[in-house]
Design a protein around this ligand. Structure first.
Ligand code: NAD
Length: 258
């Protein structure tokens, strides 16, 4: 007797089969883990990053594990660069189903010492970028009458954080952006949600001193830093089964602030 029950591996592969996903800033860190997870779930994945070396290396390495990847260099602060990215993806793969706005930077300083350049660089890369990247992709998704946008915000955008007034403002703005896109595009069957990571072990947080990291870990109930895979698992939820979830912010932070 034959059975229709798929193996766990087959089931995993079929979830996002043939869906096209773009992840900004996916040359390393959280973005790279998200790309890997989406690829494992069967999606075709666009690795895009401002850093040409990590962008191409990651696209190549992930391709070697199986599945389809495209490495496209893109600076999310430059409209022309973003338009070229979207055009290239539509030319190659004809559709865009999932967008993860992940590219981000920090320029930490106390408010009293923060320069206008430090303020503006973070607003441009972490907030205005989401507007620039989402706008042309929402046009493609609207025509398809389907799409998932997932914005990588931060617990700092929800709760604030010492020395991060620029980053907190940008990530809080990204949350407002998420909720409004969710309302405006629901009629086109496009969902938009945000993930607010806590302290995740990547190059971004490896810049922090041991003392700061210890101070943070003392406040995390789960007593460890998060991993990029912890964030990728939340992305899989929003990209896959969460069809009736939109305009939400999921904190993935080991219980910090609870
Ligand atoms: N690591 C954490 O603890 C943490 C916590 C909360 C939120 N986040 C957010 O998660 C996202 C990923 O962070 P990460 O920890 O992996 O950082 P990371 O520094 O390891 O990776 C960020 C990636 O973004 C790319 N990038 C930077 N500017 C870009 C631009 N203008 N255009 C395109 N790509 C650009 C970088 O080249 C890099 O590959 C960011 O939005 C960050 O704010 C991280």
């Amino acid at each position: 007797m034959t059975t229709n029950v798929m193996t766990e591996k087959e089931n995993e592969k079929c979830k996002l089969k043939d869906q096209v996903a773009i992840i900004t800033g996916s040359g390393r860190g959280i973005g790279r883990s998200i790309a890997e997870a989406l690829l494992r779930a069967g999606a075709k994945v666009v690795i895009s990053d401002i850093n040409e070396e990590t962008c191409n290396k990651t696209a190549q390495e992930l391709k070697e594990h199986g599945g389809e990847t495209l490495g496209l260099v893109c600076d999310v602060t430059k409209s022309a660069s973003v338009e070229a990215l979207v055009e290239q993806v539509v030319k190659e793969w004809g559709r865009i189903d999932i967008l993860v706005n992940n590219a981000g930077i920090t320029r930490d300083n106390l408010m009293m010492r923060m320069s206008e350049d430090e303020w503006q660089a973070v607003i441009d890369t972490n907030l205005t970028s989401a507007f620039k990247v989402s706008k042309p992709i929402l046009k493609v998704m609207s025509k398809q009458r389907s799409g998932r946008i997932i914005n990588i915000a931060s617990t700092t955008g929800v709760h604030g954080n010492f020395g991060q007034v620029n980053y907190a403002a940008a990530k809080a703005g990204l949350i407002g952006f998420t909720k409004t896109i969710a309302i405006e595009y629901a009629s086109r069957n496009i969902t938009c949600n945000a993930i607010a990571p806590g302290f995740i072990d990547t190059d971004m947080t490896r810049k922090l001193s041991e003392e700061i990291i210890k101070g943070i870990l003392d406040k995390v109930p789960l007593k460890r830093m998060g991993t990029p895979d912890d964030i990728a698992n939340a992305v899989l939820f929003f990209a896959g089964p969460a069809a009736y979830v939109t305009g939400q912010v999921l904190e993935v932070n080991g219980g910090l602030y609870t």
